[in-house]
Design a protein around this ligand. Structure first.
Ligand code: PMP
Length: 430
């Protein structure tokens, strides 16, 4: 199956080249491949299946909705209003009245495109500031905000006027500072870009960032960083877009990962987990005072598919009924503690970091030089897949194991996954 797909789809195939399996079925945190092998899934469809594969409660909502109504463009339905109310109802209480929601089309990239467009219309400005290590999607606008130049080779004509500033990646501080004792040089860098008329950067419409970087290596910025960014942006009348497409929908233990902080953005993009069990949907949550769309200025055939919206409703209800946010926090702490044990025995595991169930393991050739060890990570992933564990690899240097398991995992599943990692590490020890 895998071979046939590779031949028919050609080099556009991405994930199966690094995780060479053909899927057959999946339930909860377990995937079965076409040959009947079973895997623990710490990849979860790239951080989508927060409630597990084929969550029965969510599927009951979507099955009922299919009998009722599937497609109706962006006409109002009770189903859609209910999803909007649930999104707003999960924001901090004092902010609920200040935001509105619109649906951005089936993919995360759609929401990012809408966010940039809204910011430009609102401010009448063109420039956007993005961050090193940031990932925002593959459509032209979103790709222009995605820092990995490997994705943009041979594409000279994406949207221009994007400027990058360093993300707060303390393990590899570009200013060679130690966490806790630095003077927030990365915030100062942004300040210079905004305030120094010789920075070469025109006044931006918006600053876009992930409150926890995903593809960049599951990087949690230090306390106060997001608040500093928002304060600085607002001082200059620049809008802040938080891309919560991966870090949102309870992955961090809160509905949105920025809710661990006091930072209040102007626009938020959500997708992935919002579709419950993998139905495509994305949303834009924005402050009412940012509203700037003219009538019909942002349209699209698939904005707000009713089955996807029913999946969102089912997902929110499941989270509330089963205390999923608290569970994700507890499981995140447990998984982190088990990985810290692993780190004691592995000289190449430089750092374990994360929040909730968005956890990164950064591998290095040497703990003090921190030279990235991407080859080791490739071998490690291969050995883990072979033993029955799936995860994604990413990071600025492709040397970070990115764990984004379903939030419904149990201590037993974690123990089994860590045992697989330990066995894989022993097998490939260099
Ligand atoms: N933003 C972030 C933070 C993401 O992680 C992703 C997907 N990995 C996207 C945007 C793009 O979403 P999609 O692939 O659905 O277009």
């Amino acid at each position: 199956l895998l071979q046939e797909q590779l031949e028919l789809e050609g080099s556009v195939v991405s994930y199966p080249r690094s995780i060479p399996i053909a899927f057959k079925r999946a339930k909860g945190a377990i995937v079965e491949d076409a040959d009947g092998n079973r895997f623990i899934d710490f990849f979860a469809g790239a951080g989508v299946l927060n409630l597990g594969h084929s969550n029965a409660d969510v599927l009951a909502y979507t099955a009922a909705q299919q009998q009722e109504l599937v497609h109706c463009l962006d006409f109002p339905t009770e189903n859609k209003l209910s999803a909007i109310r649930k999104i707003l109802g999960n924001l901090p209480e004092h902010l609920r009245d200040q935001y509105k929601v619109s649906f951005g089309g089936p993919t995360g990239s759609d929401a990012v495109e809408a966010a940039i467009k809204l910011a430009k219309i609102k401010t009448g400005r063109d420039t956007i500031i993005a961050f090193t290590g940031g990932y925002h999607g593959m459509t032209s606008g979103a790709l222009a905000l995605t820092s990995n130049v490997g994705f943009r080779n041979k594409l000279p004509s994406l949207i221009s006027n994007v400027h990058y500033v360093p993300y707060s990646y303390c393990y590899r501080c570009v200013f060679k500072q130690e966490p806790g004792t630095c003077n927030n040089q990365c915030v100062d860098y942004l300040r210079t870009v905004l305030e120094d008329s010789h920075s070469g950067v025109p006044k931006p419409a918006a600053i876009i960032l992930e409150p926890i970087q995903g593809e960049g290596g599951n990087i949690v910025p230090p306390d106060g960083y997001l608040e500093d960014i928002v304060r600085l942006a607002h001082k200059h009348d620049v809008l802040v877009i938080f891309d919560e497409i991966q870090s949102g929908f309870f992955r961090s233990g809160e509905f949105l990962s920025c809710m661990h902080t006091d930072a209040v953005p102007d626009i938020i993009t959500i997708s992935k987990g919002l579709g419950g069990v993998g139905f495509p949907i994305s949303a834009l949550v924005y402050r009412k005072d940012v509203e700037a769309w003219g009538p019909g200025q942002h349209i699209g055939t698939f904005r707000g598919n009713q089955v996807s919206l029913a999946a969102s409703n089912g997902a929110f209800d499941f989270v509330a009924k089963h205390g999923v946010a608290e569970h994700a926090t507890r499981m995140g702490e447990y998984l982190t503690s088990r990985l810290e044990e692993l780190k004691q025995d592995c000289p190449y595991l430089g750092q374990v970091r994360g929040r909730g169930l968005m956890i990164g393991m950064e591998f290095v050739q040497d703990q003090s030089s921190k030279e990235p060890f991407a080859e080791f990570v490739q071998a490690f992933r291969h050995a883990c897949v072979h033993r029955g564990l799936l995860f994604e690899v990413g990071g600025h240097y492709n040397n970070v194991v990115r764990l984004v398991p379903p939030l419904i995992i149990t201590p037993t599943i974690i123990d089994n996954a860590v045992a697989i990692m330990r066995s894989a590490l022993e097998a490939i020890a260099v």
